[in-house]
Ligand binder design. Sequence first.
Ligand code: 13P
Ligand code: ZN
Length: 284
Amino acid sequence: MRILDTKFMRGFIKMADDGFQQGWHERNGGNLTYRLKPEEVDEIKPRLGEGNGWTPVGASVPGLAGEYFLVTGSGKYFRNIIVDPEACLAIIELDDKGENYRLRWGLVEGGVPTSELPTHLMNHEVKKRVTDGKHRVIYHAHTTNIIALTFILPLKDEVFTRELWEAATECPVVFPQGVGVVKWMVPGGRDIAVETSRLMEQYDVAIWAHHGMFCSGENFDLTFGLLHTVEKSAEILIKIYSVVPGKLQTITADNFRDVGEAFHVTLPEKFLFEKPDCEIGQRT
Ligand code: 13P
Ligand code: ZN
């Protein structure tokens, strides 16, 4: 089958374009990776190139040895993916140690995989393990309102989770495990990859202070939908705090317990701390 006609490729391109349309991918901002299923690799194998030598990943991911990934290219613009996927995207193969990759398709005008490859692959490795192989998509976007929130809220998992949950009733159902927050760090390297993948052990969402967000999911719809929901909630919070210093009323800890019961989701008690009535001073 032609690589560009495969379902996973069409889903990947649509998701990238949806993200661009939302305004989350200025210039080359953001990156997206997908771990191919064995049958998808078989389907396209006759059309893959030989590979042009191995390049270090910049991290060690033995749990992903031999796997294939569809990834965005470093410096490539999300807005161009839909018109020229072969120039903007790559299919890479990992070696039998999970330490090096080689290019098997794409980047026809030159280039390398996203500079956030260490974070993507370390996240994939964690998620493959903790979800029994179900999660296949890692998505990084420069989501405007989440970035804005990282300037006004304490950079704590508990605070971000509780604030995001309070902003929209569906949130605790969509991300019941909550969200993790990484303090400001230099992007593109192994250190930030280690911090982010540590959070991915328990969360599907990791916020990078003053930078953006990473989400993990089973497929393109669920991963996009998760990031979209978190960002929408952040937008509501930014609107609230643009108008008043604190909320007049909100969803309470007991309300969340009722939501958890009604929707059969377990909400960790560490996010359901008691807060005095709705004042900005309580956002600690
Ligand atoms: P890349 O173009 O290398 O993917 O980098 C974009 C980005 O968002 C870095 O965090
Ligand atoms: Zn980024």
